[in-house]
Write a protein that binds this ligand. Structure first.
Ligand code: HEM
Length: 114
């Protein structure tokens, strides 16, 4: 199997988490939005290719992962647009928490469950 899209997905995930952690989503708005859209695209590719031989529990946990990933992407869009200090603090915390769980589930299934 060609793993390049999976590695691209990983690099984009680390990039987007780094931008959120460093509070630089607004400054690097174009990069953040592009990374979010490419994450959804490479994620859809991973989903279609990895669904063929799923380990136990894959569908349930990957379903949760995708919903959390969509939450991360929505928070990144909001941070790119900007809001009050209080809103941005909440969006940033939500994005970090969801990104952490999303990455743990993704890394578990692509590295340990197979
Ligand atoms: C709608 C968007 C997304 C979809 C559909 C999606 C789907 C997937 C799928 C199917 C996998 C492979 C799991 C397996 O090997 O069985 C994966 C891996 C992964 N995902 Fe996503 N994902 C999305 C967005 C995100 C986001 C926003 C993040 C992090 C902020 C993320 C982080 C990861 C990581 C770290 C991996 C493991 C990559 C590797 O080991 O190389 N994903 N994703």
């Amino acid at each position: 199997m060609n793993d390049a899209p999976l590695y691209l997905h990983l690099v984009l995930a680390v990039l987007i988490l780094a931008l959120v952690l460093a509070s630089r989503v607004r400054r690097w708005r174009a990069a953040a939005v592009a990374a979010a859209l490419l994450l959804a695209l490479t994620g859809a590719h991973n989903f279609m290719t990895r669904m063929k031989s799923p380990p136990p529990g894959w569908h349930a946990l990957i379903g949760i992962k995708i919903l959390l990933a969509l939450h991360v992407i929505a928070m990144v869009f909001l941070l790119a647009r900007g809001g009050s200090a209080e809103q941005e603090r909440r969006w940033r915390r939500g994005a970090i928490l969801s990104a952490a769980v999303t990455m743990i589930i993704g890394l578990y299934y692509s590295n340990f469950a197979r």
